[in-house]
Design a protein around this ligand. Structure first.
Ligand code: SD4
Length: 324
């Protein structure tokens, strides 16, 4: 039930029925939900993924389903070296995936360091809906996936293996600013009911230490939704996003009255201010509020996001932090 109509009904329920004309009760049942035009935004230039979410929303699918459908497009894409099948492995040559989802009721689920499962955003939803927990990691998450009949799929493609072998020649671990204009997929959707939900899915930093987990499956860091306010999602150097609880920060700033753009600006500013000199890593945020306003900011040039609305799916280049 929508919050407004719920409050309306509670208010009416709290009033002595004898004082209300019959027509008042008739009115409360005919409150029509506010319709909104569907919106989907996602990190980077994941055109097909965002169109998939947009089309699902137009057909009346809910925001959470749509966001997960978008994530699945990239999870299956072998050419994307930072998400799902075809993702870059860790130092030991194993691909480990992280994902989370959050819905308009504040429910959330996450999986961390999962091997051999492609659709980890859907698995995160299953953690949310089918277990009493919020997060499952490693072997436990994989066991749960098997119980839910997820296929066992080796995630290391020959292309990713060749790149890893080449990396092993020097084993130089350094942050990458932008990976060929694509990276972690973070999706925020608003459905026809006006509800906002989101999903985030990644293989994390390429050649990371075994067991390393970034921001993407951490609720509040990689993704946060508050359906009264809006949502935010992150991509880039997860350690820096975790340190500033970036997505939660953005949603709280929007709650305090900042626009999505102002909130993203401040969240990026908090990271940049802590650095000595110019950061050698990328972080980018996108945010969506209840009114359908969008904000985005990145540390370095090269980040863009997709925006689906009114049957149009556009790639929007994002301005870098003002000091860079
Ligand atoms: C992480 N934020 O694991 C993710 C992945 C990413 O550039 O976006 N890498 O830190």
């Amino acid at each position: 039930m929508k919050r407004r109509s719920f409050i309306h009904k509670v208010a009416l329920a709290g009033t002595a029925p004898a004082l209300l004309p019959k027509s008042s009760f008739a009115q409360q049942t005919t409150v029509t939900p506010i319709k909104n035009d569907p919106i989907s935004i996602c990190t980077w230039n994941f055109k097909e993924a965002n169109a998939t979410a947009g089309n699902a929303l137009m057909k009346g699918d809910n925001a959470l389903n749509a966001a997960i459908l978008a994530a699945q497009v990239e999870e299956e894409n072998p050419a994307n070296s930072t998400v799902g099948y075809g993702g870059a492995p860790d130092r030991d040559g194993q691909v480990t995936l992280d994902a989370c989802v959050m819905d308009h009721q504040g429910n959330c689920g996450a999986v961390l360091a999962v091997e051999n499962i492609v659709h980890v955003a859907a698995l995160a939803r299953d953690v949310m809906t089918k277990t009493p927990h919020v997060m499952l990691s490693g072997k436990g998450a994989e066991q749960f996936a098997r119980e839910q009949n997820y296929p066992n799929t080796p995630l290391l493609t020959s292309q990713a293996k060749a790149a890893w072998k080449q990396w092993k020649e020097t084993e130089k671990y350094q942050p990458i600013i932008n990976i060929e204009n694509h990276d972690t997929i973070g999706v925020l959707c608003r459905d026809k009911e006006g509800n906002i939900s989101g999903a985030c899915s990644t293989s994390g930093l390429g050649y990371k230490m075994k067991g390393r987990v970034g921001d993407s499956p951490i609720i509040g860091a990689g993704l946060f939704i508050d359906n009264e306010v809006g949502g935010a999602v992150a991509t880039g150097m997860g350690e820096e996003v975790v340190k500033t609880v970036g997505s939660f920060l953005i949603v709280e700033l929007m709650r305090q009255g900042k626009s999505p753009q102002e909130a993203c600006d401040e969240a990026i500013d908090r990271i940049v201010k802590k650095q000595q000199g110019i950061p050698n890593f990328q972080v980018a945020y996108i945010a969506l509020n209840k009114a359908g306003n969008i904000g985005a900011r990145c540390i370095h040039q090269g980040f863009s996001y997709m925006h689906y609305q009114n049957n149009q799916n556009k790639n929007i280049a994002v301005k870098a932090h003002s000091s860079l």
